[in-house]
Design a protein around this ligand. Structure first.
Ligand SMILES: *Cc1c(COP(=O)(O)O)cnc(C)c1O
Length: 352
């Protein structure tokens, strides 16, 4: 059985968290002289002289109503990068513990492990880009604390089979992190609904992709109250700036706009897939549940440099495991996608 106390690091168990002025007095008052702020104001267009809410209560209430998850099951970070790092710091003893990743996948899981001196075990995806459950099972040891699953996966674009993820959740006594950065573009449903079933599930989402707020840096972690409480204790006290909280709160009112973009992106993704497949030098366009396509070319390096010369930048993933010959192409606006297709169809002429 999963027991959070058996995987929590000892130094975190006994940690006395930083207590800010805003933690100690939460009410309203006429005069605030408790946080050494500048009471005169700030030389900005709006006032920023006060520290922001360390627990981002208004923003969490809003996210709670959109996602149907209680606010106490939500953690907000400075991008998803922050909860990724905090999960290592809470549960993985440096130089001792290990985690499992499933390459090819998002690079931050490994970078963050290396920063925290945590050993990384690799269970490469199967040729169909699904999880190799037997291999993952054989890699789990008593020191394995986290398993990182990205679904839909970056850079392959596919969603992982739900039964596989649930098999891990049911049989692994550490934490299974499911990174759903691209969930809004997916045919599969979010694992968020499963939080009540699984105390060892952490779901990551972000405002950086479908919500169009990559520059604001807001990542979300959904998990049991116990896990959220631990993340709150170890985070930097004011990890989300006032301006980010305010702008995110306003942006979350524009669900209609965002849903429109999602529908358009999905339509454009299918249009791009159909048209890319017609090109003689395209060997494969992998099915995608995300806002990008993994595309296999005969000569990916040549295409990459040709596109750069035409002012179009894509991501070269051709040296990544299982992604031989592949470029990762983000779905753009209809104009951008038409330009990409035009430039690529000209490539056949250039070549011949
Ligand atoms: C883009 C992306 C994120 C988002 O990271 P942020 O720090 O929230 O911007 C997270 N996970 C994956 C797999 C991604 O591709």
């Amino acid at each position: 059985m999963f027991d959070i106390n058996t995987i929590l690091r000892d130094n975190i168990k006994v940690l006395t968290p930083y207590s800010s002025a805003r933690d100690e007095f939460k009410g309203t008052a006429e005069v605030f002289l408790d946080a050494n702020e500048n009471s005169f104001g700030s030389p900005a267009s709006t006032t920023f002289n006060r520290y922001p809410d360390p627990l981002q209560r208004s923003l969490k209430e809003k996210i709670s109503s959109i996602k149907g998850v209680p606010a106490h099951n939500i953690f907000l970070g400075n991008g998803s990068d922050e909860p990724i790092d905090l999960l290592y710091r809470a549960f993985c003893n440096p130089g001792k513990d290990n985690v499992i990743i499933t390459p090819p996948t998002y690079g931050m899981y490994e970078v963050s492990a290396n920063i925290n001196d945590v050993f990384v075990k690799r269970a490469p995806l199967l040729p169909n880009f699904q999880l190799d459950i037997d291999l993952i099972g054989s890699l789990i040891s008593a020191q394995t604390k986290l398993i990182w699953i990205c679904s839909p996966n970056n850079p392959t674009g596919n969603s992982m089979q739900r039964e596989d993820i649930e098999l891990l959740l049911n049989n692994f006594n550490g934490i299974v992190v499911v990174d759903e950065a691209y969930i809004n573009y997916s045919r599969s449903k979010s694992m968020i609904a499963e939080l009540v079933e699984y105390p060892n599930l952490v779901v990551l989402q972000t405002l950086s992709k479908a919500w169009g707020l990559a520059g604001l840096r807001i990542g979300m972690a959904f998990a049991s109250e116990d896990i959220i409480e631990i993340l709150n204790r170890i985070k930097p006290p004011y990890n989300i700036s006032e301006i980010a909280q305010r702008e995110a709160l306003l942006s979350l009112d524009n669900i209609e706009q965002v849903n429109n973009w999602i529908r358009n992106t999905v339509k454009q993704r299918e249009m791009l897939t159909t048209n890319l497949k017609q090109l003689a030098f395209v060997k494969q366009v992998y099915p995608s549940d995300a806002n990008f396509l993994l595309v296999k070319f005969e000569d990916p390096r040549a295409i990459y440099h040709y596109l750069v010369g035409k002012g179009i930048i894509v991501r070269d993933r051709s040296s990544v495991l299982l992604c031989d010959g592949c470029l990762r192409i983000t779905v753009g606006t209809p104009d951008e996608n038409m330009k990409l297709l035009k430039v690529l169809s000209d490539y056949s002429l250039v070549k011949s």
